[in-house]
Design a protein around this ligand. Structure first.
Ligand SMILES: Cc1cc2nc3c(=O)[nH]c(=O)nc-3n(C[C@H](O)[C@H](O)[C@H](O)COP(=O)(O)OP(=O)(O)OC[C@H]3O[C@@H](n4cnc5c(N)ncnc54)[C@H](O)[C@@H]3O)c2cc1C
Length: 542
């Protein structure tokens, strides 16, 4: 905080007026509701404060806004849909300006002839899919489960797993080019961009600069426009679900699925998470979901058969103490998909996997971007996942260590009302994600209320503040991260939560500091993100 509070107040008015000149007065907000919403992510509030929220509407406005905030020496916290939980976009110093990308949500150009699509960074994954589907096109990685609202810019800044991830890897692996706004407002454009520079068509042209900005936690610049690679939407898909007796058997099977490259998506749960999912299932949700599954089938007869199977199977087709795995294969030909499915069945059987009703696998494809009601638990309790990307061969051993850790805390968790579960998925042919999940009684934030459908929110009880339970979860989360880090695991969503700089060699650290000193010399972008920038903002350090 500057020493002279009065001077700051005077400067603030002129500063806000300057921003309003760029974006229009409706697009600069200091109202308490906007500030509160952007001050806490799904995990916790930031330790600093917001001065204003600014909503630029184009790359040009974004560049001018960043230059103006930079000239005022204030920190900037870029925000997509705010669906993260690692302290990435919350204010950690006083007088931070939240840069909300939600108005920059346009799909700028689809070029089927070049197999590229260019979007503004605030475009959601669901909007992109909706625009591409009628053209028979798709991006290779096509979104996280939060993609109904979560943005492509947010997804590239912290990397994503899930839809398409099993075959095509993380979100950044679909990137062709980025238009980055640096701290002084300059625009840096990556990739080979065709004549005139406006038709990015290929990522690699010298060193891979796009890669530098992917997974950067928003500390190297603001993503303004993004060009992604396209594929033809696969004409065929098939679904299977298997149930495994132990987590270790499940993870051995998932590792072999990855090596074989058969699954475009795979998603598994432990018994704890299965219980939560069953508790959440509401009749209204089921009716909508059945409709979506029917619509996706290729004939009405097939659709009716699926509806009948779902009605018969209900939600009771997973044994309560087992580990269900849901797998989706896709491809250009029915024969290719059938061959992948046959391989999947063979692998599952090798680990004792028993085939079960494949409804959930179908639902993943039919409703890939469900409403964000799962930002809270089924009884309104808080929810927080934590994860590690683990080597295929190590997954069972790391899982066993995590299980031991949770078993040792079972009494503590039970007394505090903390419940846990796991989600598992795969990324390309060479990594699995193990994601422990916590639920605990604690009050919700504005970001939860905005994300959840009003009708669902109305059914949830409000829960009082419970710092004691949160402290237990925070300590357990930190310990889980320590276990992953001890195995040399990688992390997405590094934000201000996962260790990064401490595991890098000295030369890497120096290179990243050097890059930072060029793109953001005063350290105004997300200070402290990636564990890199905290010391770079002498005026505004807390
Ligand atoms: C119900 C639910 C399901 C989820 N499922 C998945 C899943 O399947 N897979 C998965 O990977 N994650 C998942 N997530 C986590 C999260 O939603 C994703 O990581 C998502 O990519 C966040 O995008 P966002 O637009 O909300 O980003 P935000 O939360 O707004 O921001 C994330 C980070 O990126 C930075 N940032 C945002 N936009 C920009 C920009 N334009 N330029 C520079 N920096 C920027 C922010 O400062 C912050 O550090 C889920 C979350 C929820 C709540």
């Amino acid at each position: 905080m500057p020493e002279d509070g009065k001077k700051l107040a005077l400067d603030q008015d002129a500063f806000i007026a300057g921003l309003a000149q760029i974006v229009g007065s409706d697009n600069v907000s200091r109202d308490p509701a906007s500030l509160t919403l952007a001050s806490a992510d799904i995990w916790a509030p930031g330790k600093g404060s917001l001065l204003a929220v600014v909503y630029p509407g184009s790359l040009d406005q974004l560049s001018r806004v960043v230059a103006a905030i930079s000239a005022a020496g204030l920190p900037i916290a870029p925000r997509g849909a705010g669906m993260s939980y690692t302290g990435g976009y919350v204010p950690m110093v006083q007088d931070t300006v939240s840069l909300d990308l939600s108005r920059m949500n346009r799909i700028l150009e689809i070029r089927p002839e070049d197999m590229t699509v260019t979007v503004e960074a605030g475009c959601s994954w669901s909007a992109l899919l909706a625009a591409l589907a009628p053209l028979g096109l798709r991006t290779p990685f096509w979104g996280p489960m939060s993609g109904l609202v979560s943005t492509i810019g947010g997804g590239l800044s912290q990397l994503n797993a899930m839809l398409g991830g099993g075959r095509y890897g993380t979100s950044s692996e679909s990137v062709i080019a980025l238009s980055m706004v640096l701290a002084d407002g300059r625009i840096l454009r990556t990739g080979a961009r065709g004549k005139g520079g406006n038709a990015p068509f290929y990522r690699h042209f010298g060193p891979d600069l796009a890669g530098l900005f992917c997974g950067d936690a928003g500390i190297f610049g603001i993503k303004g426009e993004i060009t992604l690679r396209l594929i033809r939407a696969p004409a065929h898909e098939d679904y299977a679900s298997f149930s495994f007796k132990t987590g270790e058997a499940l993870l051995r099977a998932m590792a072999e699925f990855s090596r074989a490259g058969v699954a475009c998506e795979m998603c598994a749960f432990d018994p704890g998470l299965t219980k939560v999912r069953l508790a959440r299932a509401s009749l209204a949700g089921d009716v909508k979901t059945v409709g979506a599954v029917i619509k996706r089938q290729k004939s009405w007869l097939r659709g009716l058969i699926e509806a009948a199977k779902m009605a018969r199977g209900g939600r009771s087709f997973v044994e309560e103490d087992e580990y269900p795995l849901h797998v989706i294969c896709e491809g250009r030909s029915a024969a290719g998909v059938a061959a992948d499915m046959a391989t999947a069945r063979r692998i599952a059987a090798t680990e004792g996997g028993v085939e079960i009703e494949n409804t959930i696998a179908k639902v993943i494809r039919a409703v890939p971007f469900p409403p964000l009601n799962s930002v809270l638990g089924p009884a309104g309790e808080r929810w927080a996942p934590v994860h590690g990307l683990v080597p295929l061969s190590q997954a069972p051993a790391i899982f066993a260590e995590l299980q031991n850790f949770f078993a040792a805390r079972a009494d503590l968790f039970a007394k505090a009302g903390v419940s846990t579960g796991y989600l598992f998925t795969g990324v390309s042919t060479n990594a699995l994600i193990i994601e422990p999940v916590f639920y605990w009684p604690e009050q919700r934030f504005a970001v939860h209320e905005v994300a959840i459908e009003p009708a669902h929110l109305a059914k949830l009880p409000t829960i009082a503040a419970n710092p004691a339970a949160t402290a237990i979860v925070a300590a357990a989360r930190a310990e889980v991260i320590r276990i992953f880090a001890g195995h040399g695991c990688s992390f997405y969503q590094i934000g201000r939560t996962y260790p990064y700089m401490e595991s890098r060699d000295a030369a890497t650290g120096e290179l990243l500091e050097a890059v930072k000193s060029v793109v953001d010399p005063a350290g105004i972008f997300n200070p402290g993100g990636l564990g890199l920038a905290a010391a770079k903002n002498p005026v505004h350090q807390t």
